[in-house]
Design a protein around this ligand. Sequence first.
Ligand code: NDP
Length: 491
Amino acid sequence: MTKKIISLQKSFIHGAYVSSESGKDFPTYNPATGELICNVQSAGEKEIEAAVQSAWESQKAWAETPVIERSRILHKAARLLRERNVELAELEVMDTGKPINEAESVDVLTGADAIEFYANAAVALAGDYNKTDSGFYYTRHAPFGVCAAIGAWNYPLQIACWKSAPALVTGNSLIFKPSEVTPLTANCLAEIYSEAGVPPGVFDVVHGDGTTGALLSSHPRIRKIAITGEVGTGKKVMTAAASNLKNISMELGGKSPIIVFADANLNEAVSGVMLGNFYTQGEVCSNGTRVFVEEKVYEAFLTLLKARTEKLRVGDPMDHATTIGAMIHQQHHDKVLNYIKQGIAEGARLICGGNDLKLEGRCAKGNFISPTIFADCTDEMTIVKEEIFGPVAAILPFKTETEAIKRANHCEFGLAAGVFTQELTKAHRVADQLEAGVCWINNYNLTPSGMPFGGFKQSGIGRENCATALTEYTQEKTVFVSTDPIDCPYE
Ligand code: NDP
């Protein structure tokens, strides 16, 4: 059943919705229809102080709750997410413009997967013990206390789960700020955590734009901050976090390469390239938007890719037949179209798409762009150098393996990479040399729970979706125990 949306969304602090003292609010729109979904109250300084205070008050008792109990509560939250998959997926579609098929099969369920993964892994998170010549020491993973996390708009609920689960299960409290353009599901997650037994103040949600985010990243009583967003935003957060030397985790942008060798199964390579460019209408950080194809199969690859791309169906995201939804908002839509114009102006060969699509009916005011493929691209072109974050693939021919690796690595980002070949040794040799946090061989954009995800170079700091993320929300505490008299040189 479709969830009823409250016309004025508020921040969720200490287990309840609170009105913002400033009274400032902002509208949020459906990207596919242009309709107003609701208004959202901005959290200002007063609400951030209230959230930090509430998080501090609640955190100690939460940290003292046995991990098995915290884990049980998180498992219940994951169960509730699964039970409400359809209604939450519908909200996510309304907020993001992504196709309902994706939201129903990925967004909510992978969020639940992550919560279950962390709930299980935390129970097994143990410290070290070692004997020394005069005693022994042991370590444990202690929570930071109050953490904050800031989300991007492409996977709002999944990002909230990826960040909150490792924070909460290790005994921290977390204040989460969703992107201002996709505020709906963070509040639902707060309600679900409450229902599952997370105490008031352990998971707060504050709404607002970058100003609210900056209040979190500069707050002296917040000990850790995690963000998913653009590189430029990551740098601002890192600078602000330096004010009290916060621990930081960052999942940032990318311009990832996919290398298709001549011996690859071409149909599989085309599937990978389509997944890596058109899923969530191209608004995916790890997308493989620089596609290097070996010259011997270049034209054959383009023919196949064009034929399959033209079968994609741009349409109403709520229609299960739709495979490409709407761009997040008009401004982003126009930015993507500008990149397409720049690609044409700089001499790339447009082989399909590139259109500002006008749909009929309820989506007549939506932000749609047809899936776009540019061939004959060169490394210097703007569309090859900059993150577009839309359904735009750039295809570049190459001759040798060494050349492909060198060109793939010639980039300030290093989030992900893909290699398509049937030759086992070549696949591993190339993957080994690609400067990327994640490298897929003969597939693309899969992130099963437990698989570390994060970037090299300017694409980020730290890893998510995996066991090491638990240690990123904790600090190692060492206790030395003396068993022998002190060997003291002083009389
Ligand atoms: P932005 O960097 O614009 O925003 C990310 C979040 O940061 C938003 O909540 C935003 O608030 C907030 N913010 C903006 N300015 C500040 C500031 N000065 N201090 C603190 N917080 C601030 O990214 P988008 O939301 O546009 O998301 C797209 C980007 O995210 C792409 O670059 C993409 O590659 C990256 N991304 C990376 C992923 C990864 O895992 N590596 C996954 C998904 C996306 P608001 O928007 O409300 O103003």
